[in-house]
Design a protein around this ligand. Structure first.
Ligand SMILES: NC(=O)c1ccc[n+]([C@@H]2O[C@H](COP(=O)([O-])OP(=O)(O)OC[C@H]3O[C@@H](n4cnc5c(N)ncnc54)[C@H](OP(=O)(O)O)[C@@H]3O)[C@@H](O)[C@H]2O)c1
Length: 289
């Protein structure tokens, strides 16, 4: 049986897991390898025939061994609240050392020319993009928007009682795509046998504001819901009073402030073109979550 030429990292998680599901519709399971820190996390996929390779972003040697024989690697960015920079640098160096020809990397969308950074996110993504450019490997950089479904998580459901969504975001507009559409797009790119490097801005085909979200939720729930802009400090204070962990509230506030600054406002047709259809709208996503 030929050994797989494509390897996915993060396949036990949300994004990589969805990429794997889309790939399995078009490829034999034995043609796909997936990296796992703990092979038990991918036991069902292994049962299905996916080739599981042990590896950990914190262990360079394990990555070189896992990536050996792989031509195309999907590197799903490392988790926040960890030493993401070192982990991603290990993975990029290991890919190069193992002879990977093409690396796809999940980066983050930014407003063109911005110097603002989302703490624990943008700097690592920027440095990893630079390391990939310097590596000489062919690459596909996926500058992913914030997942659209994160908006529902950030909002919670208290607005159903109060009729008010109070958070930062202001008049900032954001073209957020669902992680499902982003993953399908990534699978399409993995299937394309790409021979050139490219950088895509992966978002939806239309931008919305928090006020738009409030009106859509008003329609969905047949109830008047209003958006009120509050500062990040007020947001963190209000969440802390309800018992949410401060570091999580700070992280969420940073994403919302990135929306407010317009970091996700650029509308491109990159994802639409890669999918060959319009990405899900924010209305679709709010209806599902
Ligand atoms: N654009 C956005 O809105 C957004 C939102 C959230 C996250 N992200 C970024 O996108 C990435 C994927 O998002 P997600 O929603 O799929 O996250 P997720 O569900 O938490 O999945 C993270 C994946 O990374 C793997 N992983 C974590 N640490 C690892 C390590 N040291 N070595 C090897 N694999 C490791 C996990 O494997 P295990 O099973 O071993 O834990 C899991 O498969 C995140 O890590 C983050 O960088 C982006």
């Amino acid at each position: 049986m030929p050994s797989p030429k494509i390897l996915l990292t993060g396949a036990s998680g949300n994004y990589g897991g969805k990429v794997l599901q889309f790939l399995l519709k078009k490829m034999e399971a034995c043609e796909i390898a997936a990296l796992a820190r703990d092979p038990k996390s991918l036991a069902a996929q292994a049962e299905h025939g996916v080739v599981i390779r042990h590896g950990d972003y914190t262990n360079y040697e394990s990555l070189v061994s896992a990536f050996t024989g792989i031509e195309t690697l999907l590197l799903v960015s490392a988790e926040a609240f960890t030493d993401r920079q070192t982990q991603e640098a290990n993975a990029i160096r290991a890919a190069k050392a193992a002879g990977v020809k093409h690396i796809l990397y999940t980066s983050i969308q930014k407003k063109p020319g911005t110097t603002d950074k989302i703490p624990m996110v943008t700097e690592t993504n920027d440095n990893s993009e630079a390391a990939i450019h310097d590596s000489g490997m062919q690459y596909t950089i996926l500058r992913n928007s914030l997942y659209a479904e994160a908006i529902s998580k950030f909002i919670g459901d208290i607005y159903l009682d109060t009729g008010i969504i109070a958070m930062p975001g202001g008049t900032g507009r954001a073209a957020l795509a669902s992680s499902s559409d982003m993953a399908e797009g990534t699978a399409n790119l993995l299937l394309r046998n790409q021979t050139e490097s490219a950088t895509y801005t992966i978002g939806s085909s239309e931008a919305f504001s928090m006020t738009d979200v409030a009106s859509l939720l008003s329609e969905i729930h047949s109830k008047k819901i209003e958006y009120v802009r509050i500062s990040p400090e007020e947001f963190i204070e209000a969440g802390s009073a309800k018992g949410a962990p401060k570091h999580v509230l700070e992280f969420v506030a940073a994403w919302l402030m990135a929306i407010e600054r317009g970091e996700f406002s650029e509308v491109t047709k990159d994802l639409e073109n890669i999918l060959g259809r319009k990405p899900e709208s924010i209305r679709d996503v709010l209806n599902q979550t």
